[in-house]
Ligand binder design. Structure first.
Ligand code: S3P
Length: 165
C-alpha cells in the first residue's frame, strides 16, 4: 500500500480523520481542496462563484493526478471527486480507497450551515444533502472499504481504519 485516499460526502470527516491517520502512520497529509485553493490563490467558494463548477472539477482532476504520483500520503479528497471515474482510476493505482459515510442528519449537523461549501447553499440544506447523497450513492461504491463516522469520534475512526488495512 502506497497511499490511502479518503472518499466520501461533505462532512463525513475526511479531513479530520485523514489528519489523524497521517499522524498515526507518520505519513504526509494532503487535502485536494487545499491544494486547489493554493494553486488558484482563492477559496473553493470563490472558485465556484467566479469560474463555476466545471472549472473546479478540471482543477480537481489535475491536483488528483499530481498527488497520486507521490507515496506515503493520506489523501483527503473533495466529496465530488468520485463523479469522474478517471480520478478514481488514477487514485486506485497507488491507493487503498476508503469511503467515509455518515447519515444525512449528522452531515447536516456538521456542515449544514457552512457557507464555504458552495454545493450546500440554498433554502433547505438538509433536503439537498439527502438528494445529493442519493444521487451520488452509486459513485461512492468504488471504495475498497467503508467506515460510518456518524457515531464515532476521530480517534475511533482512525483505529477502525488501521485495523481494516
Ligand atoms: C464538493 C465537496 C467539497 C469541495 C467542493 C465540492 C462536492 O469538499 O470539494 O465544495 O462536490 O461534494 P468536502 O467534501 O471536503 O467538503
Amino acid at each position: 500500500m502506497k497511499n490511502i485516499s479518503l472518499l466520501g460526502f461533505m462532512g463525513t470527516g475526511k479531513t479530520t480523520i485523514g489528519l489523524g491517520l497521517a499522524c498515526a502512520l507518520g505519513w504526509d497529509f494532503v487535502d485536494t481542496d487545499s491544494l486547489i485553493e493554493q494553486k488558484m490563490g482563492m477559496s473553493i467558494a470563490n472558485i465556484f462563484k467566479e469560474f463555476g463548477e466545471k472549472r473546479f472539477r478540471l482543477e480537481e482532476k489535475e491536483v488528483i493526478a499530481e498527488a497520486a504520483r507521490k507515496v506515503k500520503q493520506v489523501i483527503s479528497t473533495g466529496g465530488g471527486v468520485v463523479l469522474d471515474k478517471e480520478n478514481i482510476d488514477c487514485l486506485r493505482k497507488n491507493s487503498v480507497l476508503i469511503c467515509l459515510e455518515a447519515s444525512p442528519d449528522v452531515i447536516y449537523e456538521r456542515v449544514g450551515g457552512d457557507n464555504s461549501r458552495p454545493l450546500l447553499r440554498g433554502p433547505n440544506p438538509l433536503e439537498h444533502i439527502r438528494d445529493l447523497l442519493k444521487a451520488r450513492e452509486p459513485y461512492y461504491r468504488c471504495a475498497d472499504f467503508y467506515v460510518d463516522t456518524s457515531n464515532i469520534n476521530i480517534q475511533e475512526a482512525v483505529e477502525k481504519i488501521l485495523t481494516e488495512l
